[in-house]
Design a protein around this ligand. Structure first.
Ligand code: ACO
Length: 333
């Protein structure tokens, strides 16, 4: 029986023009191109212009591309959901800055969500739920991250991993059989027992910035890479398994596996577990590194533009991030 379901009606992305290769990073920290490629699959990343490429700016560029693809004007958007880890300002929220940038003249709810790298997948589930209330028609969902701002450029184990960029998707209301179109099944999770494995402690209400904090570089990300790595592989695999099982889908029915782009070894470990052929796994971590919650929507937008992703195909998205948050969903494009 038909009911309200969500569909992706537009996709867009923006990455800063400044490319920083592994070789260039070697001039800044004690590392090698070979080490970075072998451990992560990353070859280069984009680093935003600090005077321009704020999360709101990059998000706006990605949103414009998505609106054009969906053939919608900004005033036809009735909700902005914005995923960001480090926003433009602590407040007001960044979603409202994007609303202003897009020149939206109508009253439109604008909400930031922070689930770190998992924010886009969390956002898609929230957008789907909002669409199904019947109150909204077109939701602009964006992930945009200026990760270079929270990198400690003296910590070689983490600064090599991240890159900047934004990806946007418009989630629109349509009608169909919910077992066949839209989000077929999802799972979201969080494991706060591992919150210290990936954290930026200072700068919020609990630990305000002081001279001592700055001297000790506590205003940057700290990460226990191995602990994040192990948790990521385990969680991604079990959540993908759940989504496939609960949507009565087998791995060979998946047209595209689109995982969060944190590390090629994590992606390969999970892809191999499900016997996804390499050609069915969308990868851009080599070009852009880990763009946090922008990584999946950038990957989707690029694959829609170059026509790898086509209407009617089944996409499996899977993510994890600080928290440790996680999620997976199957969506019919
Ligand atoms: N270049 C050269 N050597 C390095 C570098 C570097 N950039 N970084 C660390 N090393 C050294 C270490 O000092 C260590 O040396 P030692 O043995 O003499 O002590 C050695 O390399 C091994 O270090 P490990 O930390 O054990 O290396 P590992 O194989 O675990 O790889 C990595 C590190 C790449 C960080 C890996 O653990 C990883 O990818 N983890 C997941 C991280 C991640 O994805 N984080 C973000 C996810 S959530 C989100 O997206 C927000």
């Amino acid at each position: 029986m038909n009911s309200i379901v969500s569909k992706i009606s537009g996709t867009g992305h923006y990455v800063p023009s400044h490319v920083v290769t592994n070789e260039e990073l070697c001039k800044r920290v004690d590392t090698t191109d070979e080490w970075i490629r072998e451990r992560t699959g990353i070859k280069e990343r984009r680093i935003g212009d600090p005077k321009q490429d704020f999360p709101s700016y990059m998000a706006t560029q990605a949103a414009k591309m998505a609106l054009e693809e969906a053939k919608l004007s900004p005033n036809e958007i009735d909700f902005i959901l914005f995923s960001v880890t480090i926003p433009d300002f602590l407040f007001p929220n960044t979603a409202s800055l994007i609303q202003e940038n897009l020149g939206m003249t109508h009253q439109c709810p604008s909400l930031d969500i922070n689930a770190a790298c998992s924010g886009y997948v969390y956002g898609m589930v929230v957008a789907d739920a909002l669409i199904k209330t019947g109150a909204y028609k077109n939701i602009l969902l964006i992930g945009s991250e200026l990760t270079s701002r929270f990198n400690n450029w003296e910590d070689r184990s983490s600064c090599i991993l991240f890159g900047d960029g934004a990806g946007a998707t418009i989630i629109s209301r349509t009608e169909g059989n919910p077992k066949e179109v839209g989000i077929l099944k999802h799972i979201l999770g969080s494991d706060p027992t591992k919150k210290d494995a990936l954290i930026l402690r200072a700068g919020g209400s609990r630990i305000p910035i002081t001279k001592e904090i700055l001297d000790n570089k506590e205003n940057f990300v700290t990460m226990d890479g191995q602990s994040v790595f192990k948790a990521a592989v385990k969680t991604l695999a079990s959540q993908c398994e759940f989504v496939l099982r609960e949507s009565n889908t087998t791995h060979d029915q998946v047209d595209w596996f689109i995982p969060h782009q944190a590390n090629l070894r994590i992606i390969e470990a999970v892809g191999d577990r499900f016997k996804f052929p390499k050609e069915k796994v969308i990868i851009n971590v080599d070009q852009y590194a880990n763009t946090s919650s922008a990584s999946i929507p950038i990957a989707i937008s690029e694959a829609v533009k170059d026509k790898r992703i086509k209407r009617g195909q089944l996409l499996l998205l899977a993510t994890f991030g600080a928290g440790l948050t996680s999620g997976a969903l199957a969506i019919r494009y």
